[in-house]
Design a protein around this ligand. Structure first.
Ligand code: FMN
Length: 217
């Protein structure tokens, strides 16, 4: 079997980016509502998105730079601290994509795209009206990486979830079948989650409690 070998030291930033976004797939998409110091709201998607810790519930987005300056989302979050991350689902994918356009700082993507909002409960940034799942978050920490190409890893704490009631199973679990989340793949490709299946982790030590056994995790 032939493999193409890429060593980081021998490739440029663009090829690194291509390999990362093609290798780490599918990625969830954080659709982030934030607000600037003048109260202007902002909306943008981020697929460098992950869980840093489940308790406390800390979640991360990695925000690159635009014209050698912080993107609005990272600038807003570090200034006004409260923001909302929405899970992108089938019905919202087109709107999500529209919000990735290169709007100028101070331009309100909600107004430009025609997305209605409702006030959040605990933070100043608004929540998208009708979005099935949203997390109100507060800024914890920002870590900066890189020299020529800077990335800002934004760590936030989830304060409150808003999960549409019909998406809950036993009032505990989010039902992936009805949520219909969308994932980001390499290049401009996306995937839907219409082929979901279950696998249980093998149970090989009868005397040792298995984290995946008993209650569904
Ligand atoms: C699906 C999707 C995922 C994206 N993920 C990221 C990401 O993880 N990090 C990033 O810096 N930009 C990402 N972008 C690009 C930003 O959304 C884009 O630069 C946006 O204009 C930033 O907006 P802002 O300046 O209002 O924060 C993504 C775009 C799309 C469509």
């Amino acid at each position: 079997m032939d493999y193409h070998i890429f060593d980081t030291e021998e490739i440029d930033h663009q090829q690194c980016y291509r390999l990362l976004i093609g290798s780490i797939v599918p990625r969830p998409i954080a659709w982030v509502s934030s607000i600037d110091a003048n109260g202007v709201p902002n909306l943008a998607p981020f697929s460098f998105f992950s869980i840093a810790s489940h308790y406390p519930p800390l979640i991360t987005i990695a925000v690159g730079e635009k014209d050698k300056a912080l993107k609005d989302t990272a600038a807003n979050i570090s200034t006004t601290r409260g923001y909302v991350i929405h899970t992108v689902t089938d019905d919202w994918a087109d709107h999500m994509n529209s919000s990735a356009a290169n709007y100028a700082p101070g331009q309100d993507e909600f107004a430009e795209i025609g997305i209605e909002t409702v006030p959040s409960d605990l933070v100043d940034a608004p929540r998208i009206k009708g979005c099935p799942l949203a997390m109100e978050c507060t800024f914890e920490q920002m870590l900066e990486f890189g020299d020529e190409w800077k990335t800002h890893l934004v760590i936030g704490r989830v304060l409150r979830w808003h999960v549409r009631k019909d998406l809950m199973l036993d009032d505990k679990y989010v039902n992936p079948h009805t949520l219909k989340p969308v994932g980001r793949l390499g290049g401009p490709c996306y995937c839907r989650t219409h082929d979901i299946y279950e696998m249980k982790a093998p149970y090989v030590q009868p005397d040792v409690a298995h984290p995946n056994m008993g209650e569904r995790n």
